[in-house]
Design a protein. Structure first.
Length: 185
């Protein structure tokens, strides 16, 4: 199963992924952004784009990696990645569905004021106000209907959801597959 954490740039997806893995110790994190970083040297001189998500190979590689990790690890794979273009989301979700991979997608959200405060202090993602506006447009538009938006709560707040004996995205345990064999058997 893939748990996809969508949401604003600098909105806490990586932090939420780490907290989720703490609740689901058998889960692993795969950051699709690393796939983008890997293909920039190969494609930037061939086809300059404003965002590596604009390259079809990024979307195809993300699907291939998630399918392979799902099958190889037989664990929940948490993918924290902002996707604001509906067509790209559809391509990724269709590819995962065609491979029979279950996806639970969630959109993290924050108030515009909190998001701007986080962006102003961000030294990692270098997100911009323009990117905030892209995210807000996607949430108001297509994403609201495709991935439930989480409550605007911070981890550890008194009203934050608590884990149950069986979290929503815990996988039933199954016999481990041999790591020596093909992941696609």
């Amino acid at each position: 199963m893939i748990v996809w954490l969508n949401g604003p740039f600098g909105g806490g997806k990586t932090t939420t992924a780490a907290e989720l893995v703490a609740l689901l110790p058998e889960a692993v994190v795969f950051d699709p952004e690393k796939m983008g970083e890997a293909i920039v040297p190969a494609l930037s001189s061939i086809e300059p784009v404003p965002d590596f998500q604009d390259w079809r190979p990024w979307r195809e590689l993300v699907v291939a990696a998630l399918v392979s990790l799902d099958r190889y690890t037989d664990r929940t794979v948490v993918a924290p990645q902002t996707v604001v273009v509906e067509q790209y989301w559809d391509e990724i979700m269709s590819g995962l569905a065609a491979a029979g991979v279950v996806v639970r997608a969630f959109t993290l959200d924050s108030t515009p004021e909190e998001h701007e405060r986080r962006i102003a202090g961000d030294t990692v993602t270098n997100a911009t106000i323009e990117e905030i506006k892209l995210h807000e447009g996607a949430v108001v538009g297509w994403r609201r209907h495709r991935a439930p938006t989480t409550a605007r709560l911070s981890p550890g707040s008194p009203n934050a959801p608590r884990s149950s004996t069986r979290p929503c995205c815990a996988r039933p345990r199954s016999p481990r597959r041999s790591r020596a064999g093909s992941a696609f058997q």
